[in-house]
Design a protein around this ligand. Structure first.
Ligand code: GTP
Ligand code: MG
Length: 575
């Protein structure tokens, strides 16, 4: 469980309170430890130094391994909305101790994620599970850990009231977020509150790993030693509730033992089919797994095989979780980028708050989009934030080259000829003493990119400095590991211009706004957007009756009119 710097906001947030209701001592202890360390940091005692705190951070691999292992002991069960929680638990406990469980809703159906304490409980549970009795439709007899709970007989009717507390798997709408942020006391608090509301929750993270684990069961029909790992924003620390689930089919476990000449004088080898290229192998594996997901995967719908993309993938929707899934294979560099982003996010809490804020701001203004196109991607945007933080004086985070220099022998990693080495041990990383506030960093971020010489210079988090642009693309962001590539190659001049214009405008608004909540805005009623909230006010609908596009007003104008309409509700009605 993650607790950000805003202890007050987190405690006030109903989400955080809900999270405390999660069963399980482990998360509670971790939560309290983070609260504890936050208090020490805020109050200024030296009991925990920032360095010590970093040393306590879980490495990316350790965090992933823990979640993967939990997922393998878990099942996903669709239930009646009025299922009696106590009886349900009692029933499950007949098969073994339940470590954790929670309920959530997807497409109007109630689901329970149930994690048993031991993997051995699963066969016992499956022993009890029956094949559905339906008379009219034939079905694929594929048994998985996605189950349905039915109420049979009259001995145990469902509750009259629905009693389960559902864990939300989606974020609040932007207007609600704007209102919530407007009630905060400072821009700093607005930024931490935004992270609290938007970030992937502990439950959502468990669900993501469980979906990977369910898919692994399908792929294991062909490759029993494979694993399916989430990557991208699901696990890099910058994921928003509702973000897509990027998955990586890892077949490295199959690569076999190092062939040593046995004493017997015999060497036994597997006979394997040969193909033209690695890419062809990836394409054929994904094609077959894609078919299996399509034909046998319970709850997997809309399967598309996009095998000719630069990175071949299978895309589908997993209905029980509500996740949009992208399954790739042989995508090790992306996995490394994920690990790097995770590391940066854990180094200093300001990194995550600033990235969340900038990502949310960009989405509110249509700078990023869920549809592929000439837009800046969340990944590029995150790299831009990291680059900006490296350039502060003193720097907030180190350069990738520095992290490579700190690496030990166990950190060495070369993928397809690219040096992907960087240190994994948080204890070896010593940060400079930058104490800039979040508010200052946000202001400076907009100022920095409002005036960045995009026409000549490229962004490199490897070196942490601007480089001469090697190609003519409007926006050049060096790929951190495949350094000859540009991660923002798709961005056109129009989109870059919009980004720059919005940075200028946002910088202007922040400079005008007061550092803390304007006194006149107190009270329970709707509060006029101010500070960060005013930066998120969405573009007004650009389509008029005649379907003619209207030029959107500058954000400052929109905010002025919004403020006026809030002061005078009658005027708002008229307009
Ligand atoms: P969301 O928009 O929340 O999904 O963010 P995301 O970080 O998951 O981005 P996306 O789903 O587009 O990509 C998943 C991961 O693939 C990223 O986190 C990166 O690790 C990697 N990735 C995405 N785009 C690029 C790129 O252009 N180059 C490289 N090297 N990696 C990329
Ligand atoms: Mg993603």
């Amino acid at each position: 469980m993650r607790l950000t710097a805003s202890f007050g906001a987190a405690m006030a947030s109903s989400l955080a309170v809900c999270r405390l209701h999660m069963k399980g001592r482990g998360s509670l202890v971790k939560y309290l430890r983070k609260v504890d360390s936050y208090l020490h940091r805020t109050i200024g005692t030296n009991v925990f130094s920032a360095q010590e705190e970093r040393e306590g951070c879980k490495s990316f691999h350790a965090a992933q391994a823990e979640r993967q292992e939990q997922a393998e002991r878990s099942v996903l069960i669709s239930c009646h909305t009025r299922t009696n929680e106590k009886k349900f638990l009692k029933y499950l406990s007949m098969h073994g101790d339940v470590n954790k469980y929670f309920f959530y809703e997807s497409y109007g159906i109630l689901y329970a994620v149930v994690e048993f304490a031991n993997r051995e409980s699963l066969p016992s549970l499956f022993e009890e599970a029956a094949i559905p009795i339906v008379s009219h439709e034939p079905m694929v007899p594929f048994k998985s850990r996605l189950l349905s709970l039915r109420h049979v007989g009259s001995a145990d009717p469902p509750n009259q009231q629905s009693g389960q507390r559902c864990q939300s798997q989606t974020t609040i709408p932007i207007n609600e977020l704007i209102q919530r942020l407007s009630k905060e006391e400072s821009i700093e608090q607005q930024m931490t509150s935004l992270t609290d509301v938007y970030q992937v929750t502990e439950e959502n993270s468990r669900l993501r790993f469980l979906v990977c684990s369910l898919l692994k069961d399908i792929a294991a029909a062909y490759f029993p030693e494979c694993t399916i790992k989430p990557f991208g924003s699901s696990v890099n620390g910058f994921g928003k509730l509702g973000c897509d689930l990027d998955m990586f089919l890892d077949l490295d476990g199959i690569s076999g033992r190092n062939a040593k000449m046995p004493k017997s004088g015999f060497l036994l080898e597997y006979q394997m089919k040969q193909t033209n290229s690695e890419r062809a192998v990836t394409q054929s594996i994904l094609s077959v797994i894609g078919d299996c997901v399509d034909q046998f995967g319970p709850g997997c719908v809309g399967v598309q095989k996009i095998l000719n993309a630069r990175c071949p993938l299978v895309r589908f929707a997993h209905q029980p979780s509500g996740f949009q899934c992208d399954l790739t294979a042989n995508n090790r560099v992306a996995m490394k980028s994920t690990e790097l982003l995770y590391l940066y996010g854990e180094l200093d809490p300001r990194v995550r708050h600033l990235v969340f804020t900038v990502r949310c701001w960009a989405r509110a203004h249509g700078i990023t989009s869920s549809i592929p196109g000439a837009w800046i991607t969340n990944f590029s945007l995150t790299v831009m934030v990291l680059f900006f933080l490296q350039g502060r004086s003193p720097s907030v985070i180190p350069t990738l080259d520095h992290l490579r220099d700190l690496a030990g022998p166990a950190d060495k990693s070369f993928i397809e000829g690219n040096d992907c080495t960087f240190v994994n041990d948080f204890g070896k990383i010593h940060l400079q003493n930058n104490s800039e506030t979040l508010e200052k960093l946000l202001c400076e971020f907009f100022e920095f990119y409002a005036t960045f010489p995009f026409n000549k210079m490229s962004i490199s988090i490897r070196q942490g400095k601007e480089l001469n642009k090697p190609e003519v693309a409007p926006l050049h962001i060096q790929n951190p590991f495949e350094t000859t590539l540009n991660v923002s190659k798709n961005v056109n001049a129009t989109q870059l211009d919009r980004f720059v214009a919005l940075c200028k405008e946002s910088s202007w608004i922040l400079q005008k706004t007061e550092a803390s909540k304007p006194g006149s805005c107190n009270g329970e009623k709707a509060v006029a957007p101010w500070g960060l909230a005013s930066l998120l006010v969405p573009l007004q609908v650009a389509v008029t009756k005649g379907r003619k596009k209207r030029r959107p007003e500058p954000a400052s104008e929109r905010i002025k009119s919004l403020l006026a309409s809030l002061k005078n509700p009658n005027q708002q009605k008229k307009s």
